[in-house]
Design a protein around this ligand. Structure first.
Ligand SMILES: [Zn+2]
Length: 435
């Protein structure tokens, strides 16, 4: 064990009580994304709190307003919020502005759904058996507070950095990622990025994507006594359901992804809606059926590529049915689309995060795809940055009642990010991934 490793462990341990307070303070400042109809102090209050904490640790920090008009060029890639008024991003910097490593996570959280039952106030964080419970503990204030604490730790250790680090605490991740798209302007010329999302400290250089397609399949209304004169659109629409599942299975067979072997299904399709007829009324053959299918991609697969495969399967359904040939269904690829993303595992930032996790946990880092859409897609596609997701907590607890983060894992995450900053900053660019 190198001296620096021990020093990191001691530096985080020395301030652990303070860093737990940082996390609790952020959870206690309800920064619910305004797309949820939920009374809240807003993202700005939480950003101001975080800015104050970073400043108190001597880190250079600033809040940046978001110019909605500048985001318009990304309108085709994701959902943007109607307004970013009073919703600043936070940027904190350490070291020189060259070859910067971006640490990115989000300040906004989802609202409390009506059917979500919490034992205690989700915005009054409670620590029980070493676990902090509250909205955002996992998604993603655990990651965000740990990243901020890592900057503070490096600042306090007074290790000079040859390559800099910028923390971007963004708004509106839960709305579509407008905050991260805006933050790209603050980190122009950066070299790589780490996204703080709950990966259970696994190293995830790939995320999933999805695109919703809608079909309106015509039938012919008829009196049930003369059903043979009608055409039942449920039968016709079901052929598209079957075609979708066949495409899903074929994609998994043809394009298995090495980072998703831990899950039985890789291309996650969801037949989300199937509507036809009127519930409780059987007096007519329905006139049309409507279908919504979420089509899934894995890692770097392009949405357009998978769309082409699905369209081809739908065309075959139509070609083999006389009624559908004459009465073509409407097929609409909706604006509900989010690309997946992938960075090669050989990328320096991936290797640095693997080594940081191994040094902090003393166990081999697990390299796994993340079954979620994260802001990694914007950092990769719009930002052109190699990127990896690493953060404390389990994604399956995100957006649920009793969202909980073990504090031991939170403190390990601070160590992971601290080691990553030091590994990044104490090596010259171009030295490559080996150390
Ligand atoms: Zn998140």
């Amino acid at each position: 064990v190198r001296a620096l490793d021990l020093e990191v462990r001691r530096a985080v341990a020395d301030s652990s009580g303070e860093y737990v307070d940082w996390l609790a303070g952020l959870v206690a400042t309800p920064s619910v994304n305004p797309r949820y109809d939920f009374p809240t102090t807003g993202e700005a209050a939480a950003q101001q709190l975080l800015a104050g904490l970073l400043a108190s640790a001597g880190v250079d920090v600033a809040l940046r307003p978001i110019d909605r008009a500048r985001l318009e060029r990304h309108a085709g890639e994701t959902t943007l919020s109607a307004s970013y008024e009073g919703r600043p991003n936070l940027t904190a910097r350490l070291g020189p502005p060259e070859a910067v490593l971006v640490l990115n996570s989000h300040i906004d959280v989802v609202g409390i759904a009506p059917d979500e039952v919490w034992e205690t106030d989700p915005f009054a964080p409670r620590i029980r058996d070493g676990t902090l419970v509250g909205r955002g503990a996992v998604d993603a204030k655990g990651s965000l507070a740990a990243m901020a604490a890592a900057l503070a730790t490096v600042r306090r250790m007074e290790v000079p950095l040859r390559r800099g680090v910028v923390l971007t605490s963004v708004v509106d991740e839960e709305g579509g990622g407008g905050g991260t798209l805006a933050a790209l302007d603050e980190v122009a010329g950066a070299a790589a990025a780490v996204v703080g999302e709950p990966t259970g400290l696994r190293v995830s250089p790939a995320t999933r994507g999805h695109w919703m397609v809608r079909l309106v399949v015509p039938g012919r209304r008829a009196h049930p006594g003369a059903a043979h004169e009608g055409v039942n659109p449920i039968d016709k629409a079901y052929r598209f359901v079957q075609a979708a599942w066949q495409v899903q299975a074929a994609l998994d067979r043809a394009r298995p992804h090495p980072l998703w072997t831990h899950q039985p299904v890789q291309h996650v399709f969801n037949v989300a809606t199937f509507e036809a007829g009127r519930w409780g009324q059987s007096a007519s053959v329905p006139g049309e059926a409507r279908l919504e299918v979420m089509v899934g991609t894995v890692g770097g697969e392009s949405l357009e590529e998978i769309r082409a495969v699905v369209d081809e399967a739908f065309r075959r359904v139509i070609a083999t049915d006389a009624w559908l040939r004459e009465h073509e269904p409407q097929i609409e690829w909706t604006p509900r689309r989010n690309a997946g993303a992938e960075t090669p595992r050989e990328a320096e930032v991936v290797r640095i995060m693997q080594r940081a996790v191994e040094a902090a946990t003393g166990a081999p880092a697990r390299l796994e795809g993340l079954s979620a859409v994260t802001d990694m897609r914007h950092l990769v596609h719009a930002g052109g940055l190699p990127c990896v997701n690493v953060g404390p907590g389990e994604m399956r607890l995100a957006h649920t009642a009793g969202e909980a983060l073990p504090l031991e894992e939170y403190l390990l995450a601070i160590e992971v990010y601290t080691r990553a900053i030091l590994a990044w900053g104490t090596r010259n660019s171009g030295e490559g991934g080996e150390a």
